[in-house]
Ligand binder design. Structure first.
Ligand code: AMP
Ligand code: GLY
Length: 427
């Protein structure tokens, strides 16, 4: 079959890489891809949010299956539009994607169905919100309800910070209409983890849990980014805790969505805080995580296309999602200045040397080819990924690979995987 992947980052490279291993897949296309994806797929220069052009392309190229990476097209209704045209597509429709695109909807759903999450209030009025944060005190978390490219949640250590956060979102409107509503929620303490599952609206088949590293610098310091690295699985989540997450959080959420007349099909991603009271939902995403996918898919033994087809056809209970017992670590190499301003077009060397190592895969994010040379083309440039029989070997291999790659101004965290090693008593 011919598959179209929508998106252009490291997550999409990992999806394309995994799809290419399926005997069911004859050709992969990608809109719009990057230099790494271009080695595996036919890249077409259509923006991930340009739904009419994506529909026309899928029709003209006789694409059998479209898989959507980022949230924006899902929130805009790409699935509804493809289905209206009789095109096969994987992901939640617009109403179901609101679990990510409206934090207000998500929080109210969780409250209504008694699913563990932080206490919260929702406001549509800045003065009411300001009154609340002044009387409530800190720490507290202020969130724009709508999509904000991962930047709309502000953890506030003082009342002054909370006031500033409300003003940024509701008065200065830094996130536009995504800040029409805000969620002010209880600060939760603990370790964070990501659990992604496949669901067809009823059955749930989990992938292995993973951990992202959002702050830009080591030891979780500095501003938040799209994610500076990930590892899989998560030593902090043993079998009993994983079962508790699936049974008390994920399955009730899937049932709640069906109960609300918004059956959820696709990948459901729970961002969790592992608190002393148990796991609680920080947020839901309506898609694969980035960079979690780069650490999760290399461990997945099952055929991704078979799982996706089972989801679309509503027979996921017949499918198997199996993973190897190894460990995977993905270190993101970023452009100088990221997550702030950065320059593009820096020549990248050493990727082939890195890939020559056993059990190493270099997923591209912001890369392009210019005048025959591989150059940087975004904030997050590469996801250098390594497998190992344990976290020590996977981490060592990932950083061996990183040390072979160079571009002007590059930076990366040196502690990806350390939390896992510490938990195992190895760091
Ligand atoms: P979100 O966009 O809701 O996933 O939030 C982004 C990041 O903010 C999370 O990954 C956490 O690090 C942090 N965060 C969000 N909500 C809370 C909370 N209630 N308590 C503590 N940290 C939070
Ligand atoms: N890794 C965070 C996200 O995909 O939203």
């Amino acid at each position: 079959m011919k598959v179209l992947v929508v998106g252009s980052g490291g997550r999409e490279h990992a999806l394309v890489w995994k799809l290419k291993q399926s005997p069911h897949v004859k050709e992969v296309h990608c809109a719009s891809g990057n230099a790494g994806i271009a080695k595996l797929a036919k890249c077409v220069d259509i923006d991930a949010e340009d739904i009419p052009s994506l529909v026309s392309y899928a029709e003209a190229e006789k694409i059998d299956l479209t898989i959507v990476g980022p949230e924006a097209p899902l929130a805009a209704g790409i699935v509804d539009e493809f289905e209206r045209r009789g095109l096969r597509i994987f992901g939640p429709n617009k109403l179901a994607a609101e679990i990510e695109s409206s934090k207000a909807f998500c929080k109210q759903l969780l409250r209504k169905y008694g699913i563990p999450t932080a206490q919260f209030e929702i406001f549509d009025d800045a003065s009411e919100a300001l009154k609340y944060v002044r009387s409530h005190g800190a720490p507290v978390v202020v969130k724009a309800s709508g999509l904000a490219a991962g930047k709309g949640s502000i953890v506030c250590r003082s009342v002054e910070e909370a006031v500033d956060a409300v003003e940024r979102i509701m008065i200065r409107r830094e996130f536009g209409s995504s800040g029409d509503l805000i969620v002010v929620e209880e600060y939760l303490d603990g370790e964070e983890a990501s659990v992604m599952v496949f669901t067809d609206g009823e059955a749930v088949k989990p992938m292995l849990p993973s951990q992202d590293h959002k702050p830009v610098f080591d030891d979780d310091t500095g501003p938040n980014t799209g994610g500076m690295g990930a590892y899989c699985p998560v030593p902090a989540i043993d079998e009993a805790l994983f079962e508790r997450i699936i049974e008390t959080i994920i399955k009730p959420t899937v049932a709640a969505m069906a109960g609300e007349g918004r059956p959820y099909k696709g990948v459901l991603y729970a961002g969790l805080m592992l608190t002393v009271e148990g796991p609680k939902v920080l947020e839901y995403n309506c898609r694969f995580g980035d960079p979690e996918t780069q650490a999760v898919l290399p461990l997945m033994d099952s055929d991704l296309v078979e799982i996706i087809n089972a989801v679309i056809d509503g027979r996921l209970n017949e499918a198997e999602v199996c993973s190897s017992r190894r460990c995977c670590v993905c270190v993101v190499m970023a452009s100088g200045g990221y997550p702030g301003k950065y320059e593009k077009g820096k020549v990248i060397t050493g990727v082939e040397d890195a890939e020559a190592l056993d059990d190493v895969i270099v997923f591209h994010a912001g890369t392009a080819v210019k005048e025959g040379q591989l150059v940087t083309n975004g904030g997050r440039v590469l996801g250098v990924t390594a497998l190992g029989d344990d976290f020590l070997s996977a981490t060592k291999r990932a950083y061996d690979a990183v040390s072979r790659i160079w571009f002007d101004g590059m930076h990366y965290r040196r502690d990806i995987g350390r939390r896992a090693l510490r938990r195992l008593g190895l760091a």
